[in-house]
Design a binder for this molecule. Structure first.
Ligand code: PMV
Length: 314
């Protein structure tokens, strides 16, 4: 018998960075995912197909796989599972692109071990265990990525609280475009957070506005008011740019998206490089996709909502 779990990546729709400082944020699972197989094995092993790398754990583990090894060890411990486990990881989410690749791998790894143990995973427990890996990768993350990966759908999220799962009036399509520029989330969190020291009152006002705007964006999604949502996306891109999270490449991608039949566009996630999301006018996804495909490494349509982590055996 073989045991598998598949966990989706994510886009942050509104509220990145401010969510680290206790504001609300809105994020959705996307049709890119990590799949992990957990097998009983003679020794503890991790094989990443993407990195073409096999490693034994807990010893002799390279830094790229150490966070997953830590989360796996904590999961075995939590489940009191005495078996040695091999994890086989496969993902179609570009690493370091702001689409939640590390979280999806962590959530799928933890969930696959639950499957091997014959245990039905509780979503919040998966988030908790995946956070062991996420803290090693990102420093002090909000937890939004593993929450979206685990619960799926579209979440209104606040650090340390159970997320609100939105009921969308109808599915919504975003175009996701990847700049091809890999960046480090922890460095960008530090850069943006520095404003908290230099301009504390302004930062406080922006963080509180981010909560209000994320809640309005959530209502817009549930009611299908895409015009309002588009304006909010544009506003965020401007503010995140002022805070140092954008770049020339991301700005030109946003501009290209807005040049034709697009209601709003912004960087998504930590920024610096990574991806932008664009909200096309109804039935204009193909136009926006074609515009963005010309200037990005990779672009695709993400139709929300998408299910969260899933486990199976065969
Ligand atoms: O994983 P990324 O790079 O998409 O960043 C997540 C968004 C941040 O708000 C910048 C960090 C966090 O932990 O919420």
């Amino acid at each position: 018998m073989r045991f598998f779990a598949r966990a989706p990546g994510k886009v942050i729709i509104t509220g990145e960075h401010f969510v680290v400082h206790d504001s609300y944020a809105l994020a959705g699972a996307i049709n890119r995912a990590a799949t992990v197989e957990a097998r009983a094995n003679d020794s503890m092993e991790i094989f990443s197909r993407n990195l073409a790398l096999t490693a034994s754990y807990p010893r002799k583990i390279p830094s790229s796989l150490a966070p997953i090894a830590e989360a796996a060890a904590a999961t075995l411990d939590f489940l009191s599972l005495k078996k040695k486990v091999k994890l086989v990881i496969d993902s179609d989410i570009p690493a370091g692109s702001g689409l939640g690749s590390s979280s999806a791998v962590a959530v799928a790894s933890v969930a696959a071990i639950f499957a091997l143990a014959g245990e039905e995973p509780v979503k919040q427990k998966l988030v908790e265990l995946a956070m062991i890996s996420e803290r090693m990768v990102h420093g002090n993350p909000s937890g939004i990525d593993p929450s979206v990966s685990s619960y799926g759908g579209v979440l209104l999220f606040r650090k340390g609280k159970a997320p609100d799962l939105l009921r969308l009036g109808r599915p919504v399509e975003f175009v996701v475009a990847y700049s091809g520029i890999v960046r480090k989330t922890s460095r960008l969190i530090k850069k943006v957070s520095s404003m908290k020291e230099t301009l504390p009152n302004l930062f406080k006002a922006l963080a509180s506005s981010s909560t209000t705007l994320s809640k309005i964006a959530a209502s817009s999604l549930t009611s299908g008011d895409l015009q309002t949502l588009g304006s909010i996306l544009n506003f965020y891109h401007m503010i995140l740019g002022r805070l140092g999270a954008s770049s020339k490449v991301l700005d030109s991608m946003v501009e290209a998206a807005l040049s034709e039949r697009c209601l709003g566009a912004k960087l998504t996630g930590a920024g610096g490089g990574g991806c932008v999301i664009a909200l096309p006018e109804p039935s204009a996804s193909t136009n926006v996709l074609s515009n963005l495909s010309k200037i990005s490494k990779e672009a695709f349509v993400a139709r929300l909502p998408v299910e969260g982590v899933r486990i199976w055996q065969k």
